[in-house]
Design a protein around this ligand. Sequence first.
Ligand code: HBI
Ligand code: FE
Length: 313
Amino acid sequence: MSETAALAETDFARLPDIGHGVFAAPLLRPAQVGEDWLEPAQRSYSADENRVWDELYARQMEILPGRAASAFLAGLEQLDLGRGGVPEFGRLSEELDALTGWSIVPVPMLIPDHVFFWHLANRRFPAGNFIRSREEFDYIREPDVFHDVFGHVPMLADPVYADYMQEYGRAGWKAMRHNRLKSLGALYWYTVEFGLIQEAGGLRVYGAGILSGPAEAVYSLEADSPNRIMLNVDRVMRTDYVIDDLQPTYFVIESFQQLYHDTVDRDFDRLYRSLSPGFTYANTAVIDIDDVLHRGSQEYALRGGRGSGAAPV
Ligand code: HBI
Ligand code: FE
């Protein structure tokens, strides 16, 4: 291990080198951003772009009460994200800073993993600067400002969740050095993006990938197709995931405290040494050790999923 890499694990103040032999996606950095990938300023949005935000917001609010986690709905309200138009990151950061010490920083697009983790480790959430067009109203591949701000930011108003995200960023360094980013990526995917939580009133959604789109909030909670399994971090990090369709399996947490402790109290060095590269379990799998809430029919996936016109049942 190089000296820089050893330092990187405790010193999160500056962006360290990623070191030899670590795979980094070859992203082309736009001219206006530096090593930290931060835009000099948030964009300004046209009247029509602000209307796109308002319409997306209104549509989600038809679906989310009674389905979104109470922490998410509380965060939306505390940060007043429905006041109209794309939120201004400066004001949002001030309000969030007062609640949990997080800020929102503008980035042009997907940024490299090590830079993304570095920002999280410093309680900065990188948010896409652009907003989707009307042609992509229902589904986009790259995270835009609606996904990032509407989906992710309300959860960062929850103190325990806010700590989990920072720990996740710190854990990213270790995963990179062990070349197990894919495994840690699966944990992010099945919690931060597609997680469900067991509340007193029933199952609720806290994953940003579900909360920022129209179909999956209903499907993830109510459809017969997907498995719903209690979260086991060790198992989840061995599980493959699909990035461009409704999930075949969701993992359910009991509380954000549980998620935080399951992650922070874990010996990742030991785990990474025991993980084989790639994934052990298919994303549809139900295995012996699973605490299963619902065993899915997988009908949606079996009929061909997105593109086949299969109904999300
Ligand atoms: N960049 N803008 C942006 N947003 C992300 O969510 C993101 C990223 N780069 C890397 C990354 N996520 C992954 O490392 C995580 O999804 C695991
Ligand atoms: Fe996201």
